[in-house]
Design a protein around this ligand. Structure first.
Ligand code: NDP
Ligand SMILES: O=C(O)C1=N[C@H](C(=O)O)C[C@H](O)C1
Length: 277
């Protein structure tokens, strides 16, 4: 007979203590004091719910457009979770670093220049941890890692990202990060340019070039966050697809980050840095 639903490992509380998304808890029994930036947004609202539901964390401050960042420090936030917008996230991060507040950042828009600016802020002796994670969904994190592993074995690689039509940026941060990982892996392996005989194209038909990889952005009503990485070589293709069907998919990763950021001073890019991947 199959297990009754209550015995299936769907409820996080029923998982064994070595489940890979449950890091060791800090020794203090006080809840982690969390500030949420962009708390009224689609992701921010989900983060508030997830933190409030966690037994070892509490929301002590919420900051939205028009509110003063000082509210985070006044409330004694130890960690800030930022899901705002690429336009404002750098100012938010600077405030956190200057005020000794750890930062877990999901907001997109981080290119190499922005990352090196944040790294400079944290030099020479970082007092806080800053995690910038293009995607907190476990499958998306794995998919990026798998893409990095696969990159050297294929002649061609392109990324298709599909999102809800309210998304303001394109390509997605996840797609851009995936494209950069593939580019770096191909470079490290000495793989040559991708075959592509296109000579005529309507503007945009071949997507945007991120590193050496073409990225195609679709905005489709009814979708949340989805990505395909398509690899090909003579006689075979490999497609890595991930689908976030609900924003709750990002929450185990966000909580992992909130619990782990204290023990990772300095800048980390990608949730995989907090996982045993
Ligand atoms: N890393 C990951 O796993 C994920 C990352 N994201 C990224 O997170 C970001 C937010 O996405 P989403 O929640 O869908 O977007 P929303 O537009 O729903 O939310 C953004 C929120 O930030 C608020 N905001 C704007 N400026 C400020 C400010 N200066 N201080 C505080 N709050 C501010 C906005 O307020 P107002 O509307 O009043 O301007 C809004 O409520 C995007 O960059 C997205 O790509 C999204 C999903 C997963
Ligand atoms: O805006 C979104 O929704 C998402 N943004 C992130 C991105 O730009 O990659 C993560 C996820 O794709 C959802």
């Amino acid at each position: 007979m199959s297990n009754p639903p209550s015995e299936l490992p769907l409820d996080p509380a029923s998982r064994s203590s070595d489940f890979p998304l449950d890091p060791p808890r800090r020794s203090s029994s006080d809840p982690i004091r969390v500030g949420v930036l962009g708390a009224r947004g689609r992701m921010g609202a989900e983060v508030v719910r997830a933190v409030e539901a966690a037994d070892d964390a509490e929301v002590v401050a919420t900051v939205d457009a028009g509110d003063l960042l000082a509210g985070l420090a006044d409330a004694g936030a130890e960690v800030v979770v930022d899901f705002t917008s690429p336009d404002v996230v750098m100012d938010n991060l600077r405030f956190c670093v200057d005020n000794g507040i750890h930062a877990v950042v999901g907001t997109s828009g981080f290119d190499a220049r922005r990352l090196s600016t944040v790294a400079e802020w944290l030099e020479p002796e970082p007092e806080v941890g800053v995690l910038i994670a293009p995607n907190f969904a476990i499958g998306a994190v794995l998919s990026m890692r798998f893409a990095e592993l696969a990159a050297r074995y294929y002649d061609s690689a392109e990324v298709i990202e599909l999102h809800h039509p309210r998304k303001v940026d394109a390509p997605s941060g996840t797609a851009a990060h995936t494209a950069r990982l593939i580019t770096q892996a191909r470079e490290a392996a000495g793989v040559g340019p991708m075959p592509d005989a296109t000579t005529q194209e309507a503007p945009g038909a071949r997507g945007a070039l991120v590193g050496d990889v073409r990225v195609h952005s679709l905005r489709i009503a009814g979708m949340i966050a989805h990505q395909e990485v398509v690899f090909g070589t003579e006689g075979e293709t490999l497609t890595l697809r991930h689908d976030s069907l609900d924003r709750t998919s990002f929450m185990p990763g966000v909580l992992l980050a909130v619990r782990s950021v204290f023990t990772h001073p300095g800048l980390s890019v990608g949730l995989d840095k907090y996982m045993d991947l």
